[in-house]
Design a protein. Structure first.
Lengths: 350, 313
């Protein structure tokens, strides 16, 4: 039909129209649903089968009509886009499931009552929220100064083998499994107190600090290196001392990035469960003394409300879901805050 | 008088002026050394506390009755679940990174990247709940189907009816390590030389051919190191596995979809620790030390690959 032969085809020759993917999409949904239902599968099977038919079908048609190279290009495009879609499934379903189940107990009582004396339904997570805030704050108090000072050393002072060793071991520290950090803090406090049953918010904060310090160092180091050398040189030229240059020029320039990094690292340790399981213990009553006695916290609250829900089971499981919702909200808010800070301070850094 | 006092006074003033410098340098150096001390502390305390495990009586060691017999199944489960997670996560992460860097509209790309990063913000215990209540039941029909049709393979033996299998745990792990692997791949793909990409396109390559010729070869080291970092995460992940998996810590089996599954080191510590006392705590700490060594080696390998590739770039 075409005046020009396919072999000499221009770019527009033998190209499938834009609606082609729509047609194969609808077609594979129909065929896939029918096939999956015919084989006795559920809605998940329908989606999976439709997707497989869509990928194979449309790339097969494309290879036949457009030639091997363009067909494979289409296949790659479809696969890459599908991969992103697949990654969104867990995110969307986690958020959906947690909100759906968490709203059951998302009430005033949950935020104002502890679990002390509660049998069955009712009760709340006041003690766990308080504990999480206390432990996280103490962790930040320990980690932030050490982390920021260490990165100042690495960027402003560190030369030679010691600085290289510290950089290397910060990398190693980033990879420490959280449960190993918990074991470390447990072993440390057992040796110090000679009491294998010793549990406290302090021990939990020490364990979390092992996880938080390297994150603070990494992020702070990164932004400190972004501070232009001209700023430092101008300050030195005016006769300012090095430490004053760092405190008055370098740190204020990088403050946005530092705050962002610290906030993200706080968000990371807020959700850590395993180290607290070994160090902070768990209680049903509110404890505000970080240095004495078991201290409840949200991640452990979720874990224990699910594994030991009591009677009736549903009451405990509901509390676990609501606590999960609260924890996710806290972590996401912290992340959002970090992004906002980064956005507000961005012009200053560059 | 003046000739004697003035140099010393000048020296005194200089010393006082640089005092602030010396203190500040000292404090920041101390912070750097503190990190080395903490890390040494982690190693030393774990070693000290795991020494008593070697002299534990046979009756104190659960299961096989020997340390090796106790640790081997745990190490097997740890490595198996992490490697499976990697098999799922790495191809997906590479594809997502390509989508964000080379396929998505430029204006949307950053926002889509944030979406993937959000996965990293979900705490592991929440992933555990999600795995049990949402993912596991949905996988049961698949496991039944796999057993019916591919049951002759040892990895698809008699299926679990709850779905709380090592395959489910690996899928949860894969989701959890997806953000870090994707982030590293994304960074590397963005650095791929623009001129080579444009040259490939100008020579008539399709987008996929351009990616295969210009982007992937450049990013190979980055993909490998990202995968290794993800492996390190997956090895040490605790509560998601502890919640999702229904375990028998003494088991070594090839069946990925069975009712009882091998446990992992981290999950085993979390599950056993509250009920342990005396020498069994030391045994758990010994297993923690083993985990520390495994993740250390994996991370070291990842960093070495990154360092080497950085030199080449």
């Amino acid at each position: 039909m075409s005046p020009r032969g396919p072999r000499y085809g221009s770019r527009t020759q033998r190209q499938l129209p834009n609606w082609f993917l729509g047609v194969t999409g609808v077609g594979s949904v129909v065929v896939g649903t029918a096939g999956a239902l015919g084989l006795g599968g559920g809605p998940v099977a329908c989606v999976v089968l439709a997707l497989v038919i869509f990928v194979i079908g449309s790339s097969g048609i494309a290879i036949a009509v457009e030639g091997r190279r363009r067909g494979i290009n289409r296949l790659a495009t479809i696969l890459v886009c599908t991969a992103f879609g697949i990654a969104m499934v867990p995110l969307v379903s986690v958020v959906y499931v947690v909100i759906k189940n968490g709203l059951a107990r998302f009430d005033v009582q949950f935020f104002t009552y502890s679990l002390s004396g509660v049998i069955g339904a009712g009760g709340g997570a006041y003690h766990a929220i308080v504990g999480t805030v206390y432990i996280t704050l103490l962790t930040a108090v320990i980690s932030v100064p050490i982390g920021i000072l260490c990165s100042i050393y690495l960027v402003e002072y560190g030369r030679g083998p010691l600085a290289r060793a510290i950089t290397f071991f910060v990398d190693v520290m980033t990879g420490i499994p959280s449960i190993v950090a918990g074991l470390f803090a447990f072993a440390l406090f057992e040796l110090v107190t000679q009491d294998p049953g010793y549990r406290s918010g302090l021990a939990g904060a020490v364990a979390l600090s092992v996880l938080m310090i390297p994150v603070v160092v990494r992020s702070t180091e990164e932004v400190l290196r972004l501070v232009p050398a001209e700023l430092r040189e101008a300050s030195y030229a005016l006769g300012t001392r090095k430490w004053k240059t760092i405190v008055r020029i370098v740190l204020p320039t990088a403050i946005g990035g530092i705050v962002t990094g610290v906030t993200i690292s706080i968000a990371r340790v807020t959700g850590e469960t395993a180290p607290l399981l070994l160090t902070a213990g768990f209680s049903n009553a509110t404890n505000t003394n970080l240095f004495d006695g078991r201290m409840a916290n949200l991640p452990e609250y979720i874990y224990f409300q699910f594994t030991n829900p009591g009677v009736p089971v549903q009451a405990g499981v509901d509390r676990a879901w609501t606590a999960a919702l609260v924890l996710i909200m806290i972590v996401m808010l912290l992340n959002l805050l970090a992004r906002l800070v980064a956005r507000i301070f961005r012009p200053k850094i560059s | 008088m003046t000739t004697i006092s003035s140099p010393s006074a000048r020296r005194g003033r200089r010393a006082r002026q640089s005092g602030g410098d010396a203190v500040f340098a000292g404090v920041s150096l101390a912070a750097g050394i503190a990190i080395l001390v903490v890390l040494a502390g982690v190693a030393v305390f774990l070693i000290v506390q795991s020494v008593p495990a070697f002299s534990a009586a046979k009756s104190d060691i659960p299961g096989a009755g020997s340390l090796l017999g106790y640790l081997a199944p745990l190490a097997f489960g740890t490595v198996l679940s992490a490697v499976l997670a990697l098999l799922f996560a790495v191809p997906l992460a590479v594809a997502i990174a390509l989508f964000i860097t080379h396929y998505a509209p430029r204006r949307l790309a950053q926002a889509l990247g944030y979406l993937v990063d959000l996965l990293a913000a979900v705490p592991s215990v929440v992933f555990g709940l999600w795995g049990i209540f949402w993912l596991a039941p949905k996988l049961v029909p698949l496991y039944l189907w796999l057993n019916d049709n591919l049951g002759f393979l040892p990895i698809f033996g008699s299926p679990s009816v709850t779905g709380r299998t090592i395959l489910t745990a690996s899928l949860v792990l894969a989701v959890m390590i997806l953000p870090i692997v994707t982030a590293i791949c994304r960074e590397v793909f963005l650095q791929a030389p623009k001129l080579q990409e444009e040259a490939a396109l100008a020579l008539g390559a399709t987008r996929w051919e351009m990616i295969r010729m210009a982007v992937l070869p450049f990013g190979r080291a980055g993909i490998v190191s990202g995968a290794m970092l993800g492996l390190g995460r997956a090895l040490g992940e605790t509560l998601a596995v502890a919640l999702v998996l229904s375990v028998d810590p003494t088991l070594i089996t090839a069946n990925l979809i069975g009712t009882t599954n091998p446990s992992t080191i981290a999950a085993n510590i979390a599950l056993q620790f509250p009920e342990s006392f005396g020498v069994s705590v030391n045994i758990l700490i010994l297993s923690g030390l083993l985990l520390f060594v495994i993740t250390f080696v994996v991370n070291l390998a990842a960093r070495t690959i990154v360092a080497k590739s950085a030199v080449k770039v």
